[in-house]
Design a protein around this ligand. Structure first.
Ligand code: ISL
Ligand code: CA
Length: 556
């Protein structure tokens, strides 16, 4: 396995709007990120992934880009960005930018031109089609609900928009458009950034525009919207034109990329991407009706997903490890217990994230165990996806109480409330009126409080990151799940010729006995990391795991 910095690094994801507001307008900004670089560095972070900061009307919080060459007004200026990049590099860290090129904003100059007439030179930068039988060209549905097509009065055609109406999909068949995207990418590379996180990169190549007849939306993504016939041509071309000969990393966001296609995006011989984010564990609790129809997830299935992807990636790819981001619930609320075992389970999940094989991604606020939010009033929500689904259930006279419960559980704003820096008003995020309400638990859960507590979640993250650095084998050693069918404990080996580690994590509120058959007589166990002051030890051939107990042993 080839060794490199982006395999060994730990990544921290910044969602700037909710990170830190430097000027009191209630919106996090680029100077706000600069103010916190020492903090990020103090976690042991090597690489920062910055969510979109480009000029945008913010229909989808920056994932709708109006100008790829400028910074969003609310976030600051290009000078601010240059200072940020320099500040990151001065501290020995790297910066990767979000690249959103499946779609632009409808306010992007390309689209403004494209929509003016059917024969405008930019017409084919987007996907325009005639309607069918008085309706849209086909039955495709938007990721955020409703038709995936928008009708344009001016030229009497429909344009494809897999996300919001203000996010028209680009036409990757168009070579001039692809060249423009490459030029734009080179502009940022020339500034010295260290790579890209590529938004919904699996969707670039569109299939024939035929009606679909899949039942579940996630299946439709995999078989209809993602993995189109030319996706690998486009990624190889991008690599050739922009990335080759630069020491950069890329991570492709891959809704619809299943085990069958996973390696094709990342195999080291293919010259496409360094890693992808697959969503098998993120969609694990989606019911037949999708994310707002949640079902209970099962730990055996969860473990299987990590085991299968690791087994696949060992054939020449590399895994990314994440348990949440700006699109999903808070990891401690979703996979842990944010009530009675808040600190224990937050640390247990951190231990898991930082002791598997792959590159770990820490989402802002998870390092202090930030939790989901449950607003009672729909008007307190800001996410367009949440508002779209609310409107549509209301129009159908559906069960709004049930939907609110699902929004509390699955809504994207769970992860978008401001970072809780201290116990002052608005958690120290802003001196003004925050664009979205701060979680009311900020006086109990905040950075300042945890800085002063040696046993805090924050300091546990620091220890776990440091441990991964000291024990370099934790990056590359083989990963093997122990007792695969155990529905309550996630246990695994990390083994290489040089070292051997054992990880035990109790995913329940019960005390559980746990035996590890393969532990040899005469081996000594050194405890490296644990979330209880007196961690479990091997007694008469078995461990006894306390509620949400997690422990990492080195076996010598
Ligand atoms: O959260 C989801 C839908 O409920 C995901 O399917 C998500 O939409 C998908 O992973 C794509 O996400 C990315 O592209 C979107 C943007 O809204 C997300 O924030 C971004 O991460 C469109 O650009
Ligand atoms: Ca601001």
């Amino acid at each position: 396995m080839k060794r490199t910095w982006w395999k060994e690094g730990v990544i921290y994801q910044v969602y700037p709007r909710s990170f830190n507001d430097s000027n009191g307008d209630g919106i996090g900004d680029v100077p706000g990120v600069i103010e916190k670089l020492d903090y990020i560095k103090s976690l042991g972070i090597d690489i920062i992934w910055l969510c979109p900061v480009y000029k945008s009307p913010n229909d989808d919080n920056g994932y709708d880009i109006a100008d790829y060459y400028n910074i969003m007004d609310e976030f600051g200026t290009m000078e601010d960005f240059d200072r940020l990049l320099a500040g990151v590099h001065e501290r020995g860290m790297k910066l990767i930018m979000d690249l959103v090129v499946n779609h632009t904003s409808d306010e992007n100059a390309w689209f403004v031109e494209s929509r003016t007439s059917r024969n405008n030179p930019k017409r084919d930068y987007y996907i325009w089609k005639d309607g069918k039988n008085g309706g849209p060209p086909n039955n495709w549905q938007s990721f955020f609900g409703g038709d995936a097509w928008a009708y344009d009065e001016q030229t009497h055609q429909y344009y494809l928009r897999l996300f919001t109406k203000k996010q028209p999909d680009l036409n990757w068949e168009n070579e001039a458009m692809r060249k423009d995207v490459h030029t734009m990418m080179r502009y940022w590379m020339d500034k010295g950034i260290d790579g890209f996180r590529m938004d919904v990169i699996s969707l670039l190549s569109k299939r024939n525009f035929e009606d679909t007849n899949f039942l579940g939306f996630n299946e439709t993504i995999e078989h209809v919207y993602a993995n189109g016939p030319k996706i690998h041509d486009y990624l190889q071309e991008m690599h050739r034109e922009v990335l080759a000969d630069h020491d950069v990393m890329t991570v492709g966001e891959g809704p619809g990329i299943s085990l069958q296609q996973g390696l094709n995006y990342v195999h080291e011989d293919r010259n496409e991407l360094s890693m992808i984010f697959h969503f098998d564990h993120m969609f694990i609790d989606h019911g037949p009706g999708g994310k707002f129809d949640p079902v209970k997830y099962d730990l055996v299935h969860f473990k299987e997903i990590f085991a299968q992807w690791d087994k696949l990636m060992v054939k020449g790819g590399w895994s990314s490890l994440f348990l949440g981001n700006h699109d999903f619930p808070r990891m401690v609320s979703r996979f842990g217990n944010d009530n009675d075992y808040h600190a224990e389970s937050a640390k247990a999940l951190a231990l898991m994230l930082l002791t598997m094989r792959g590159t770990p991604y820490i989402y802002q606020g998870d390092e202090i165990g930030m939790t989901n939010i449950a607003f009672d009033d729909i008007t307190d929500y800001r996410d367009i996806e949440t508002h779209n689904v609310y409107r549509s259930i209301k129009e159908q006279n559906g069960d709004l109480d049930k939907l609110m419960a699902a929004i509390h559980w699955q809504g994207r704003d769970n992860a978008r409330t401001p970072v809780q820096w201290d116990a002052s008003a608005n958690g120290g995020f802003t001196t003004g009126d925050p664009w979205i309400k701060v979680n009311s638990n900020y006086s109990d859960i905040n950075v300042a409080l945890q800085e002063h507590d040696e046993d805090s979640i924050l300091n546990f993250y620091r220890q776990a990151v440091a441990c991964r650095k000291t024990h370099g084998e934790l990056v590359y050693a083989d990963f093997e799940v122990i007792d695969v069918l155990n529905p309550r404990v996630f246990a695994y080996w990390r083994r290489s010729d040089e070292a051997k580690y054992l990880v035990l994590i109790n995913f329940t509120e019960d005390t559980l006995p746990f035996a590890v058959a393969e532990l040899d007589q005469g081996e000594t166990m050194e405890m490296l990391l644990a979330n209880y002051a007196s961690p479990t030890t091997l007694v008469d051939g078995r461990f006894e795991l306390k509620p949400w107990e997690a422990v990492l042993y080195q076996i010598n």
